[in-house]
Design a protein around this ligand. Structure first.
Ligand SMILES: *Cc1c(COP(=O)(O)O)cnc(C)c1O
Length: 944
């Protein structure tokens, strides 16, 4: 590979030579210098890393949680754990932007949407939200977009989850929304005017009241009614939709997804008819392929940030796909009767428990509840909570000095409830037994009577054999990293090593409640601190928060830190955020959510920030400049020479610099954001740090900052420790439901850094840059490489310009992407950041054979396009415009194309043995948006 670049591989430091050509001298750090600045330990072997993880795990204590508050014990069916969570066919897939090779996970996600839409009684559900609290915040913003009411007041149920109140407060403050808390369940009147109201159903206290009156009241003033509902409770309770709600939100955690010390889990959102175009997040819809057969794909993408930028419906990009798949499969496996049985058993256990206490004269606070019972114990709450933990290993919720909360879940046993009851009464703890036919404490008028999950998919896979085969069948339709390279620019798709994945299902990490006492989670807190300090070292920042659960949320947290900093200095007027035209769409959307005004900075012909335009914009907005958001290396895959000059210009004008860290894979060990002039950055652990992409999530988007911004990083009312690595205390508002976000997957990134060591990270960066430059060099004569640095080198990705090809041959970037499927590849990133181009990022994980196979495919496609230009193939009937070719199309009785069946499906010989067969032909995107359908289609739609 080095030889192809004209570098003698025999010379010492041959790769270092390449890196010196690629990375500007002004920022280049050599190995010795990098090591001197780092506290990252030398690389551990796989066995050593696992031993250390076991030691950290054993410092956690897994107690049975009855804390509730949106996180519950749940039984992950083994068939789902093994065949989804632990199966690379599911967890290494990319976001389904290429729908023809993503039909399996798209079907799983449409099952998720159907499940949510059925249970909430609303027409359209997305797949998915980042967690319940951010889903409520997004719903609040949806309401503000959707209604004409002038008011800036949003009503919050006083019985809402505390973490949701915290996230709402953060998000509302940035946008001048006034939150008014109201005891809606207690019948308190709403304020005079509001653009929306949010009701928790059942409440955080467990209480169930009829939300209809509050819904009517908010409708009467022209606002929207948002209900956060427990999805499992909805198998027994009347749906929010049937009660008049406009939007329902919540989490699907208790559908078989372990608590994981806070996440990841899939949040959900469903809306009534008429609001679907306002939905944030990903929406799967049904369309048709080139042969008119139904096929799934992402719908209404024109709402999203990569197209609408600062006008997008939200900044959510990475969502929680893998967890949504698990939750959907939990419903598929149990079916409606199974879910109802689980919920019914929970509700009756809770009622029985309350009955025992009441019979003994104990003061149970509410009469109507699903799974949560609150008990009044004057001045004894602390003592009882401590006793429960010490005597029985059970965690109860400390509500206040006089009140204890007990939440029953799928895993709670009668024995455990017996034990807990003994803390409140003098009775013999074993005096109680389960009474068959015990009454649930759900209000009769709110009992659910309508059907749900009636689609055959929820009635067909209730045996393990059937379930295992269904999951295999779906996985077989998809292309993930277990089949071959996914050369996506901007979304580093590297190996997710098996050893890195090992610990996430260990109970010591998977079964922790996010609000468990600090003593129970010492191992996780230590792991978090170590990872924080390593990420600080890698980036050249001082403080790191792991709370944001996607890159987009890290952006928001970082911009809010900048906002907090300016406000603390009395600079209220600093609200302008400069963003280069080439930026990722989330940048602009996040700036808007942070209450900033976006001003676009031009890029020059080389793809660099146009420094003259930047200086002009800085001057024009000198008084109001808040921040510059810049991506480094740039989204064009180039290390800009002038980065230090650019960041200095912003600082001189009193602004702060946000460096988008999604491209850190091109920099680790060679340069640090903090030293380029960055004040704050987010990283994408699901790109650079080996957390699998999961088909579109989970993600972790840590926000890293210099010391002067540290106190404005996200804090959390439920955090076990206010102190973070380096001794910093974070006082900013919460941006996620859980204090440490998606803590359950942090062992993956911990293991990655631990097994690489700084030197390994540095070598992997060089390998990634070498691979990208090798591809650029080999393909240059077939497709122009759009941008390079001063010495002709790209960074970790390269942009292939397909616009000349289109001019010469009529073949589009879409045709090339779809033809790559026939060659056994996932297409690179299409038309970002430049329309009509492909951005290729091979990563350090692909070996030469796979990279050469990709080059062979791209060269073959070029040859085919030339055959179109020369007239060998007609423009409307050739292997490119007809791609991809399914097995059915290649074996059709009649074949009237000017190319052979073999050319169609085996364009290179090696495919005969290794072929991936796409299940559908090219999908008609526009049809699906015109005929929006976002739930499981009837089975007969697939009859040919
Ligand atoms: C992926 C990406 C983001 C957004 O990260 P998510 O985790 O998808 O929210 C932001 N900026 C750039 C440049 C990216 O590539």
């Amino acid at each position: 590979m080095l030889e192809a670049l004209g570098i003698d591989p025999e010379t010492a430091d041959a790769r270092e030579t390449l890196m010196r050509q690629a990375v500007p001298a002004s920022i280049y750090t050599d190995a010795e210098q990098a090591a001197s600045e780092s506290r990252i330990p030398a690389a551990a072997t796989e066995a050593e890393a696992l031993d250390e993880l076991r030691a950290l795990a054993s410092a956690n204590i897994v107690h049975r949680s009855m804390i509730g508050l949106g996180y519950y014990g749940t039984v992950t069916p083994s068939v789902i754990q093994r065949n989804v969570l632990e199966n690379p066919s599911w967890y290494t897939a990319y976001t389904p932007y290429q729908p023809e090779i993503s039909q399996g996970r798209l079907e799983a996600l449409i099952n998720f949407q159907t499940m949510v839409s059925d249970l909430t009684g609303l027409t359209t559900a997305n797949a998915s939200m980042l967690d319940e609290s951010t889903a409520v915040a997004e719903a609040m913003l949806l309401a503000r977009r959707a209604v004409r009411v002038k008011s800036n007041v949003f009503v919050v149920d006083s019985d809402a989850l505390p973490q949701t109140k915290a996230v709402l407060a953060t998000r509302a403050a940035a946008l001048d929304i006034e939150l008014v808390e109201c005891d809606l369940g207690g019948g308190e009147e709403l304020p005079e005017e509001a653009f929306g109201a949010f009701i928790q159903y059942p409440g955080a206290s467990g209480r169930i009241t009829d939300p209809s009156a509050a819904i009517e009241a908010v409708h009467a003033m022209g606002g929207l009614a948002i209900v956060a509902a427990d999805l499992l409770a909805l198998t027994l309770l009347r749906s929010p939709g049937s009660l008049g709600a406009d939007v329902a939100v919540g989490t699907t955690q208790r559908f078989g997804v372990p608590m994981g010390f806070g996440g990841p889990h899939a949040g959900y959102m469903a809306v009534r008819k008429g609001l679907e175009r306002q939905l944030p997040g990903r929406l799967v819809g049904v369309s048709v392929d080139a042969e008119g057969r139904p096929a799934y794909r992402l719908a209404l993408q024109t709402r999203e940030q990569h197209i609408r930028r600062e006008k997008a419906t939200s900044n959510i990009c990475t969502a929680q796909v893998l967890l949504a798949v698990m939750a959907a499969m939990y419903a598929v496996y149990h079916g409606p009767e199974g879910l109802r049985h689980i919920a019914d058993s929970i509700a009756r256990k809770a009622a029985l428990f309350a009955g025992w206490l009441r019979a003994d004269g104990v003061d149970v606070v509410h009469d109507r509840y699903f799974d949560t019972v609150q008990v009044r114990v004057p001045d004894a709450a602390e003592k009882i909570v401590a006793q429960a933990r010490e005597q029985f290993g059970i965690l109860l919720r400390y509500v206040d000095a006089d009140t204890v909360g007990i939440s029953v879940d799928e895993t709670t046993t009668i024995g455990e409830l017996n034990s807990v009851s003994a803390l409140f009464t003098d009775r013999d703890a074993h005096a109680f037994a389960f009474v068959a036919g015990a009454e649930r404490a759900i209000p009769k008028p709110l009992e659910r009577t309508d059907d749900y999950l009636t689609h055959p998919v929820f009635h067909s896979y209730h045996s393990e054999t059937a379930m295992m085969r269904y999951l295999k069948q779906l996985a077989d339709r998809d292309y993930a990293l277990d089949r071959g390279m996914i050369p996506l620019g901007s979304c580093t798709m590297k190996l997710n090593a098996a050893t890195e994945m090992a610990a996430i299902t260990w109970p010591e990490f998977a079964q922790l409640h996010p609000f468990a006492p600090a003593d129970d989670v010492a191992g996780s807190l230590e792991l978090i601190k170590q990872l924080e300090s390593w990420l600080a070292d890698i980036t050249g920042y001082d403080a790191v928060s792991l709370q944001p659960n996607a890159g987009s949320q890290g952006e928001l947290a970082g911009l809010l830190a900048i906002r907090g900093y300016h406000l603390s200095r009395g600079d209220q007027q600093r609200t302008v955020c400069l963003i280069p035209s080439s930026a990722h769409g989330t940048n602009a959307a996040s700036a808007v959510l942070a209450g900033m005004k976006v001003v676009v900075v031009a890029c020059d012909d080389q793809g660099n920030v146009d420094v003259d335009d930047l200086r002009a914009k800085i001057e024009q907005h000198a008084e109001t400049l808040s921040a510059l958001m810049i991506t480094y290396p740039s989204t064009h895959g180039v290390y800009e020479e002038q980065v230090v000059e650019i960041t200095a210009a912003v600082h001189d004008a009193g602004g702060q610099v946000y460096v988008d860290g999604a491209n850190l894979n091109a920099l680790m060990g060679f340069a640090r954001f903090g030293e380029l002039g960055g004040d704050v950055s987010h990283l994408n652990l699901h790109k650079t740090f080996a957390i699998p992409h999961g088909g579109g999530g989970p993600g972790v988007g840590p926000v890293a900052a210099k010391a002067h911004l540290a106190e404005f990083l996200p804090g959390h009312p439920g955090a076990q420790s206010a102190e973070h690595a380096g001794g910093y205390v974070f006082r900013g508002g919460a941006v996620s439901a859980a204090p440490y976000g998606s803590a359950g997957v942090l062992p993956i990134s911990w293991a990655y850094v631990r097994m690489m060591g700084l030197d390994g990270l540095r070598q992997s960066t060089a390998a990634a840059v070498l691979s990208a430059n090798y591809i650029a060099e080999r393909l240059r004569e077939h497709y122009p490489v759009l941008y390079t640095g001063e010495q002709g080198r790209v960074a970790h990705e390269c942009i292939l310009d397909l616009r000349p090809l289109r001019e010469e041959t009529g073949i589009t970037v879409d045709d090339v992407a779809k033809r790559l499927i026939d060659y056994g590849f996932h297409a690179p990133t299409m038309s970002f950041p430049v329309p009509g181009t492909l951005m290729v990022e091979p990563t350090e994980s692909e070996d030469l054979a796979e990279i050469d196979r990709f080059i062979e495919a791209m060269v073959g496609i070029r040859r085919e396009a030339e055959a179109v230009a020369s007239g060998t193939y007609p423009a409307d009937d050739n292997p490119l415009v007809n791609a991809p070719h399914t097995a059915a199309s290649a074996t059709a009785t009649t074949w009237e194309h000017p190319y052979s069946r073999e050319e169609a499906v085996y364009p290179v010989d090696s495919l005969v043995a290794t072929k991936y067969w796409p299940p559908v032909r090219r999908i008609d995107q526009a049809y699906g948006d015109r005929n929006l359908m976002c739930a499981c289609p009837p089975i007969d739609a697939f009859a040919s």
